[in-house]
Design a protein around this ligand. Sequence first.
Ligand code: NAP
Ligand code: ZN
Length: 330
Amino acid sequence: MIHAFAQHSPCTPLSPYDYTPGPLGPNDIEIQIEYCGLCHSDLHLIEGDWPAQYPLVPGHEIVGRVLRSHFKNLPPGTRVGVGWQCGACFFCDSCLQGKEASCPSKIRTCVNRPGGFADRIIIDQHFAYPLPKELDPKTAAPLLCAGITAYSPLRAHINATQSVAIIGIGGIGHLALQFARAFGASVTAISTSPEKEKEALKFGAHHFLLLNDLRPSMPPQFDFILSTVHADIDWGVLLDLLKPSGKLCCVGIPQKEIKISARQLITNNRSLCGSSTGSRFEMREMLQFAARHSICPQVEILPLSQINEAIAKLKRNEARYRLVLAQENR
Ligand code: NAP
Ligand code: ZN
């Protein structure tokens, strides 16, 4: 029996929920979960923003130890992480190009199947990533979703000569500041929370701006802007801050459409793009990069039984900077 926390209808609290897992499939391993981060995508699911099947067991920033496995590369006891994606077809064009996050048959760890707010999980071994030994398992869980979501577009789009802005200094944002700094860029944090300035500078930002202080009259100054914001903001003001050929990349998922004028894109050849988590290759690379550059999520650890308090805190934008739920016996 797996002991989990589940929601039974949208916007209701999670409560203890036990289920009997099926047998291990040919590619499956079982993981004893130690820590699971609370991502804003869990909140979207819990709030009913996105379709979900109930009972819903959220959680997709998982760190734990392999419990059952017949794979030589993942023997029992191996410490692994699991993120948003836990399955792909491995046959489509995207998979063959190593871009599993774009696989039309991708399986999401906590959508239509039980996720990581539980004591154990069964997962396709292709999506269980051994943690480098330098990473502290207590703090590593947020790397598995927030970390890769920040790393993948920064790796694809920026270089050390560029100026980069990160909007929204939450779970993804505070890691994006660390990655962008490690990539050598000039880094600006843009936030709605003045009290985050000191920590944003500590994470690696050279500059800190308040979102409300951005004005259309400001000169174009960024090569790349990464938006982690889930709210509806003035996208036009951001586009005007892009230098020629600059890119605004959304990883945050606002409920409403992003309205922009074609003129703002055409002027200076700017572009708007998005990015979804990252590939299996990037995941492994990101974990090694984080270990090498001492990139570390700042977490607040709560026992899993306090999952509803954690959800309320994330909703109030009081997470600093990721809430992580731990199994009670740790
Ligand atoms: P988070 O920890 O809640 O951080 C989001 C940040 O957005 C907040 O800390 C806050 O930063 C800022 N913010 C909050 N309310 C705002 C408002 N009204 N206006 C402007 N900014 C506001 O969330 P997260 O876990 O980083 O996730 C952020 C978004 O990314 C969610 O929509 C999530 O679903 C999505 N996501 C996407 C992917 C992907 O693959 N693309 C992966 C994971 C998550 P400040 O206090 O600094 O303003
Ligand atoms: Zn996530």
